[in-house]
Design a protein around this ligand. Structure first.
Ligand SMILES: [Zn+2]
Length: 211
């Protein structure tokens, strides 16, 4: 991982009615320096900042606090909370990404809750087989696919896919490649009820539901 400190220079406005102490030119400008911690070139947070005054005449740069009282009075630091936040845009982006992922996770979880509360024929469940059929699958292939074929009151009937899977990625791939083939599901059926399905969703035995 590449990380470290990068320096960013900020240019502010010219200070009217103030002259350089070195060359007496009236060309002083508010500037500043921020040192930012970055990862892969993305600035995350400031570690150090300094407000400066630069002279366009003689190129001298001094800290605002070392400037004459007149210049100090007229200068405006470019190191503002807003400027710091803007420079650390990577952190803002990270926070937004986390909020986005949490929101997606939340809506997806809401959707699954709604699906188990009112199952429909054709719903496809990705499940941990052992939670439904004790000793029903080799431990190397714990995942299975169930399809709802009938809902009768609170009784739900599923057909069980012929294959079992080692991980969720294989489940997704198999569903998208072969999910619609006639022999994808075996003749083996299982039954469950709404309460049991809800419990299994809450405990993670139902991993995903496609409708
Ligand atoms: Zn100067």
């Amino acid at each position: 991982m590449s990380f470290g400190i990068k320096t960013k220079e900020l240019q502010g406005v010219y200070i009217s009615g103030a002259s350089c102490a070195s060359c007496n030119t009236a060309a002083l400008r508010n500037t500043g320096t921020i040192k930012l911690f970055h990862v892969w070139g993305i600035p995350l947070f400031p570690v150090w900042a300094s407000s400066l005054v630069a002279c366009a005449g003689c190129s001298s740069v001094i800290k605002i606090k070392n400037a004459s009282e007149d210049v100090r009075h007229k200068a405006n630091s470019v190191i503002t909370p807003k400027a710091l936040l803007k420079s650390s845009w990577g952190l803002s982006l990270l926070v937004l990404a986390i909020i986005g992922l949490m929101y997606l996770g939340y809506t997806s979880s809401q959707e699954k809750q709604a699906f188990v509360a009112a199952p429909q024929a054709g719903d496809i469940y990705t499940v941990k087989i052992a939670a439904f059929v004790p000793d029903g699958s080799p431990s190397n292939y714990p995942y299975g696919i169930f399809k709802v074929i009938k809902v009768d009151g609170d009784k739900v009937s599923f057909v069980v896919a012929s294959n079992t899977y080692g991980d969720l990625k294989s489940v997704r791939k198999s569903l998208s490649d072969d999910g619609r083939k006639a022999d994808f599901y075996s003749d083996f059926q299982i039954e469950s009820d709404l309460t049991a399905l809800k419990t299994k969703l809450d405990t993670g035995a139902i991993n995903d539901i496609d409708r």
